[in-house]
Design a binder for this molecule. Structure first.
Ligand code: DAT
Ligand code: MG
Length: 150
C-alpha cells in the first residue's frame, strides 16, 4: 500500500468543451482525494518549467500555446498508487491508441487535444506538485478513502 500525491491538470480543450465535471468525477469515483484545485489561466513561467522536458520536441511551442489558450484546472491528487491510477484513468497519450474507459479514449480528439495531464512517475510528481502547489493542499478525510479500512 502506497499513498502517493500526484499532479493532474485538466487542459483547455476539456475546460472549453465542458468536460471538467466528467473528468473530476472519474477521479472521485475511483477514490482519489482532490487535495487542492484551481481554475485559472496558467502562469506562463510555470508552464515553461512544467514542459521544459519537451523543449526540443517539434510540438513544444504548439503545446505551450495550447495550454495557455483557455483556463486549466490544476489538481493535487492523493490516494493509493495515485500516480499510476491517474495515468490509468487518463489512458494513452494518443487517444486513438487507448481503450474504452480511459478519459483520453472516451473523450479526447487527438494527441494534441488529449484533455488531461498527469505526472508520469514519483520524481515528476514531486516536481510538478511543488511547482503548481507550493503551499500543498487541504488536509481532510473523505468518505471512501479505501486505505483507512485496510
Ligand atoms: P503524456 O501527456 O501522456 O505524459 P508526453 O509527456 O509524452 O505524454 O507529452 C506531453 C504532451 O505533449 C502530451 O500530452 C500531448 C503532447 N504531445 C506529445 N506527443 C505529441 C505529438 N507527437 N504531437 C503533438 N502533441 C504531442
Ligand atoms: Mg508526460
Amino acid at each position: 500500500m502506497a499513498i502517493e500525491q500526484t499532479f493532474v491538470m485538466i487542459k483547455p480543450d476539456a475546460v472549453s468543451r465542458g468536460l471538467v465535471g466528467d473528468i473530476i468525477s472519474r477521479f472521485e469515483k475511483k477514490g482519489m482525494k482532490i487535495k487542492a484545485m484551481r481554475l485559472e489561466m496558467a502562469d506562463p513561467e510555470v508552464v515553461a518549467k512544467h514542459y521544459e522536458v519537451h523543449k526540443e520536441r517539434p510540438f513544444y511551442q504548439g503545446l505551450v500555446d495550447f495550454i495557455q489558450s483557455a483556463p486549466v484546472v490544476p489538481m493535487l491528487v492523493e490516494g493509493e498508487n495515485a500516480i499510476a491510477v491517474s495515468r490509468a484513468l487518463m489512458g494513452a497519450t494518443n487517444p486513438a491508441e487507448g481503450r474504452p474507459g480511459e478519459i483520453r479514449f472516451d473523450l479526447g480528439q487527438h494527441i494534441g487535444r488529449n484533455l488531461i495531464h498527469g505526472s508520469d512517475g514519483p520524481e515528476t510528481a514531486a516536481f510538478e506538485v511543488g511547482l503548481w502547489f507550493p503551499d500543498g493542499g487541504a488536509d481532510y478525510k473523505v468518505a471512501g478513502e479505501q486505505w483507512l479500512f485496510e
